[in-house]
Design a protein around this ligand. Structure first.
Ligand code: HAS
Length: 559
């Protein structure tokens, strides 16, 4: 069934507007590596200062681009796989709220009124409209789930005995995780940050606020990851020319991520005072448990790739790897997903280092952390968004992808860039190089007494990696824009996402129903968070006033 005409238009806006905003996000990424290496020794460039640029980079790339893509991809999957019409009024409302929220937030950052980075930690204070924009954006992203649930329930009634399509299970899991994760951050913004920034309260409980943020901040990373996992399970085996090795593995992965995404945000706060080591220890163990669905994904997708490669004549224990379609311009999407997997191997391993309580002390707040997350959100997720957007946009507009060779080269160049960038930042991080610091002014400035000659090479590796990543983004936009202006080909078949068949089609009752997994997830969250939140809400510590990143003077409002 072809997607409804109005839904097609909404999906196109949801993909193209954030991609246009992403031009600023990517530009500020390149500026970041120039500040990092000392190629820029200034507090600002073109009127936008270091922290303002870093906020734009984080908010646009990590929040706006990822959330819009999840919604657009979700609509495409649900509508296609359930062969059902979805509520256009709901989709339009969601788009309107998300666009208004994103514009309000971005304008505040561009005006220099909200240089609070994507984590918006107090005591850094932003303009109230920044927080209002965030809330509107988040509420807009809640709408799709509630328009999909009736469609899903109707499909189940009409198809008793059939398993829900795997892609739909993945998308519903994505938005269930999102719903659970965003309630505490909505509370943080509405009950703490907004009244404080309006000047209605004189101080803020920073610890409580950070904890509510990380209750959201860690599941946020699985909200980013899940749509990419949907592509790995439902599209990649088909693009490789084979089948999905195990359907059950996919369903279990999605359900396990509902269960385990939320109750472990304290691993971002191992260094924070005022949280008991017991709570940190419990959430540390849960963090190691959440690697299981990803490890299962690694083996299942590797087995699916092996199955495809052997169908193509692959032989031997390792020789089959050579038979995958790495360099076929007609199949340009394959490398976007495959390179993402390769990058994620290293992102995952370094995540396990971060999660290990004692090793976290060595890497916390150093350049190691951005190295880790450019191999996760900046690797598989970003490449999934680029490849998925190009596929859906050109497919819906019935346009050819102009220059399949260039489209195919983008993920390889991006992968090379992220590896060079992350090598530099891992290395620098282990030598104590801090994150979120304008190094060009001090540590990377030979005239400064703080100059660190031993950080020169790591920081310059980071810079060259950033330039290579910038080149990949440039080439991607050349392909996208050339494809958008190409003449449509009316003879093309209606657009649909490629879907893999399962090789092992197990039917396991435990992963058929969301309810027990959601109920267990809520209980686990209460168990993991009850004690730390009770302690923080009642510790009697004085609250903090507001600050801006460019001055040590306290502020009571920013408007
Ligand atoms: Fe993380 C910090 C722990 C996954 C993103 N993480 C961050 C931050 C971000 C982020 C943005 O415990 C910084 C936040 C900030 O601004 O402060 N992370 C983990 C762990 C995992 C993990 C245990 N992170 C992610 C994902 C992210 C992401 C996914 C984005 C989408 N992370 C941490 C911790 C911190 C942290 C601490 C706090 C550090 C601190 O002190 O501040 C796990 O979920 C990872 C599991 C993944 C695997 C890999 C599976 C491999 C696959 C590929 C298979 C490849 C194939 C190809 C088949 C175990 C699926 C094979 C080909 C061949 C040729 C072999």
């Amino acid at each position: 069934m072809e997607l409804q005409a109005n839904l097609r238009r909404i999906i196109l806006v949801e993909l193209l507007v954030p991609l246009a905003l992403f031009i600023f996000g990517a530009y500020h990424g390149v500026l970041q590596v120039m500040y990092l290496s000392g190629a820029i020794r200034a507090t600002s460039v073109a009127g936008i200062d270091y922290y303002q640029g870093l906020t734009l980079h984080g908010v646009i790339n990590a929040i706006v681009l990822t959330t819009f893509f999840a919604v657009a991809f979700g609509y495409t999957v649900v509508s296609q796989e359930l062969k059902s019409r979805v509520s256009i009024a709901g989709a339009a409302l969601s788009l309107f709220l998300m666009l208004s929220g994103a514009v309000m937030t971005a304008v505040m950052v561009f005006l220099g009124k909200a240089s609070v980075l994507y984590t918006f930690y107090p005591p850094l204070m932003a303009h109230p409209l920044f927080y209002v924009g965030l809330v509107i954006f988040i509420v807009g992203s809640w709408v799709p789930l509630y328009t999909w649930i009736p469609v899903y329930l109707r499909w189940r009634r009409e198809n008793r005995g059939l398993k829900t399509p795997l892609g739909v299970v993945g998308i519903l899991s994505t938005f269930i995780v999102w719903q659970m994760a965003t309630i505490p951050v909505a509370f943080e913004v509405l009950a703490q940050l907004l009244p404080w920034s309006l000047g209605w309260t004189s101080g803020i409980n920073v610890m409580l606020s950070r904890t509510l943020f990380w209750f959201f901040g860690h599941p946020l990373v699985y909200f980013w990851l899940l749509p990419t996992y949907v592509m790995y399970y439902t599209m990649l085996p088909r693009l490789a020319g084979g089948k999905l090795f195990s359907d059950f593995a996919g369903r279990f992965t999605f359900m396990a991520l509902i269960l385990l995404s939320c109750p472990l945000g304290l691993h971002h706060q191992f260094a924070d005072p005022g949280i008991s080591t017991t709570s940190k220890g419990i959430q540390g163990v849960l963090t190691l448990l959440v690697t299981i669905p990803s490890l299962l994904t690694a083996f299942t997708i590797a087995a699916s790739l092996e199955f495809a490669a052997r169908l193509r004549g692959g032989k031997g224990l390792l020789g089959w790897w050579s038979k995958l379609p790495y360099f076929n311009p007609e199949n340009w999407l394959f490398p976007y997903l495959f390179c993402g997997l390769l990058i994620f191997l290293f992102g995952g391993i370094t995540g396990i280092v971060n999660a290990s309580y004692s090793m976290n002390n060595v890497v916390h707040n150093t350049a190691w952390i951005p190295a880790h997350f450019h191999l996760t959100v900046g690797g598989p997720i970003f490449l999934g968004i680029l490849g998925g957007s190009l596929l859906i946009v050109t497919g819906l507009l019935k346009k050819p992808v102009v220059s399949g060779t260039m489209a195919m080269a983008v993920p390889y160049i991006w992968m090379a860039g992220t590896f060079v960038f992350s090598t530099g930042l891992f290395w620098g991080g282990l030598r104590g190089e801090p994150r979120r610091t304008n190094l060009g002014l001090t540590y990377m400035n030979p005239t400064s007494p703080s100059y660190r000659a031993d950080w020169w090479l790591p920081a310059h590796l980071g810079m060259w990696g950033g330039y290579i990543m910038g080149l990949a983004v440039l080439l991607y936009f050349v392909v996208l824009i050339r494809s958008l202006v190409a003449a449509p080909n009316a003879a093309l078949a209606p657009f649909s996402l490629p879907t893999s068949e399962p090789y092992h089609d197990e039917d396991v009752a435990a992963v058929r129903n969301f309810t027990p997994w959601v109920a267990a997830a809520v209980l686990l969250c209460v168990a993991a968070y009850y004690a730390p939140i009770r302690d923080m809400a009642s510790n009697g510590l004085s609250t903090a006033p507001g600050f801006r990143p460019d001055s040590p003077a306290r502020v009571s409002t920013t408007h």
